[in-house]
Design a protein around this ligand. Structure first.
Ligand code: GLN
Length: 538
């Protein structure tokens, strides 16, 4: 196996994850089998418990791992199947070391950062290598910024690892910032020089430097960076701000032949240069769509760029599929409580209520679902959004006053959504989350079944604690709610929908984790199509 390590310098938020994912996409187009992973230096064992304000979206994998959102980029840009082995945090590393120490596995030695912690990090690289013999290139992104104290052990582990597997099998890529100083009208290379110097101090000479830049990178600056950072000029690659969409990133990086540079470095230079027709076609459709729809996303962390990342991306994929620009109207659910649904989302073509935890904004979301149902506006509820749609239906169609989820009202007379243990009268099951992929049965003749192309079984990823309460199933069905999918094992409700509505569907799972640029998720595709039909009819 060959290895690419992507580090970052100067500042965070440089698009390091996108750069790594883009390289993955380009290498895959060369016919190479790639696998991507992320090392995060923070001490949390995983981002599952972090607030969206800290971390943006928690991205869930098939195996139920709660991971960094960069893994979402990896899965959207490449076809490699990721597992919990592909996201390593300092928290996991230290946890493993301490557990071994307690078990006496270090045979009485003094347990130290070097070699024990660095060995633990390297062991993950070896394990992923051993578990994936078919993979040609493993791409590992190191979170954080070079020079941060918390990243030092990872950098040291990579330095040792490169020696062990042979430097010719490893390509170090450093992503830095070239700030543009307006008053001077100049790009500045000093921060890049200093960041590379820092990396070299730690024993790593980058092979390629990716320079994030607003403007283009001229020959003079390339020469300067090459000279002071000790790399060849051709290995200084510009990574420009893309004009329209992140899916332009691989195309931009290819302008400076990043894939060629990488494969030459690791001895895979015989692979053909990629045709990117499918990718270019997708990007064209994103940039020059024929149609336009306005879709409201009514959530709780709406002001954050990254809190609903995968949902926004899925809407872009579905939009491109229908040659449509999806204009996302970000709506604070609480604003609907204050001003009413008509005032806030009266003129959109579709309403999406995403997943969430906690009761802030709940009533606003319920008003949004009601408004969509009563006014024939396409509605798509995801996880919490499905629960919201069900509660709204129970309250306003079945007239179950005070219906709610026990997450928000422990004493509701009608616990339409509740914990499984509450439903079974079992205590102390620990209220664990349903996490990861799960097989569900789809019922023929439903809209969901149509959208999935008549499939009988689907596999979708979950991340929630509360479930549709089977006690109320019959009552809601009698009133017209259709249950179109249940989980294979426990018969838990997975999809609800309303017939006689242009599109009203709620999914207990997270379809947004399985949508890809040229393969939009069928539920997103169906939702955007319904919104488009509405927009065109008006
Ligand atoms: N809070 C809800 C639950 O735990 C929904 C979770 C979600 O939307 N991801 O069931």
């Amino acid at each position: 196996m060959k290895y690419i390590f992507v580090t970052g310098g100067v500042v965070s938020s440089l698009g390091k994850g996108l750069a790594a994912a883009s390289i993955g996409a380009l290498l895959e187009h060369r016919g190479l089998k790639t696998l991507m992973q992320k090392f995060d230096p923070y001490l949390n064992v995983d981002p599952g418990t972090m607030s969206p304000y800290q971390h943006g979206e928690v991205y869930v994998l098939d195996d139920g791992a709660e991971t960094d959102l960069d893994l979402g980029h990896y899965e959207r840009f490449t076809s490699g199947v990721l597992s919990r082995m592909n996201n390593l945090t300092s928290g996991q590393v230290f946890d493993a070391v301490i557990k071994k120490e307690r078990k006496g596995e270090y045979l009485g030695k003094t347990v130290q950062f070097i070699p024990h912690v660095t060995d633990e990090i390297k062991s993950r690289l070896h394990k992923v290598t051993d578990d994936n013999p078919e993979v040609d290139v493993l791409i590992t992104e190191i979170g954080g910024t070079v020079g941060d104290m918390e990243g030092l052990l990872f950098i040291e582990a990579l330095r040792q690892f490169a020696l062990e597997v042979g430097k010719d099998n490893v390509c170090f890529i450093h992503v830095t910032l070239l700030p543009y100083i307006k008053a001077a009208g100049e790009i500045k290379t000093k921060p890049t020089q200093q960041s590379v110097a820092k990396l070299r101090e730690l024993g790593i000479q980058p092979d390629i430097i990716i320079c994030r830049t607003e403007a283009d990178l001229d020959e003079d600056n390339r020469r300067k960076i090459a000279m002071f950072c000790n790399v060849e000029k051709k290995n200084v690659v510009a990574f420009r701000d893309v004009a329209h969409t992140i899916y332009e990133c691989p195309l931009d990086l290819r302008r400076d032949k990043i894939d060629r540079l990488v494969v030459d470095k690791i001895g895979l230079g015989h692979t053909p240069s990629p045709a990117l027709d499918d990718w270019e076609h997708f990007v064209r459709r994103v940039i020059h769509p024929k149609n336009k729809v306005n879709i409201a996303v009514a959530g709780k962390y709406i002001e954050l760029q990254d809190a609903y990342k995968s949902i926004y991306e899925s809407l872009i994929h579905a939009g491109a599929h229908h040659d449509t620009k999806v204009n996302i109207v970000r709506v604070e659910a609480e604003a609907i409580e204050d001003h009413g649904a008509k005032a806030v989302i009266g003129d959109v073509d579709g309403i999406l209520v995403p997943g969430g935890f906690g009761d802030r904004g709940i009533e606003g979301k319920i008003l949004a679902a009601q408004y969509a149902r009563e006014n024939n506006i396409p509605y798509f509820g995801i996880c919490l959004g499905m629960q919201i749609a069900t509660i709204e239906f129970a309250r306003n169609v079945c007239k179950l006053r005070g219906a709610n989820s026990t997450e928000f009202d422990k004493h509701t007379p009608f616990p339409i959504i509740s914990l499984q243990e509450e439903q079974k009268g079992v205590e102390d099951m620990g209220a664990t989350m349903r996490l990861g992929s799960c097989e569900s049965v789809l019922f023929a003749g439903t809209r969901a079944s149509d959208l999935y192309g008549g499939a009988e079984r689907i596999h979708e990823r979950h991340r929630h604690r509360y479930e549709f309460n089977s006690e109320f199933q019959e009552k809601l069905q009698d009133a017209g709610l259709v249950i179109s999918s249940v989980s294979e094992k426990e018969g838990l409700v997975e999809i609800v929908e309303l017939p006689n509505h242009p599109f009203f569907l709620g999914a207990q799972f997270h379809p947004e984790f399985q949508s890809k640029p040229n393969h939009p998720h069928p539920l997103f595709a169906g939702f955007v199509k319904a919104a488009l039909d509405r927009a065109q009819a008006q």
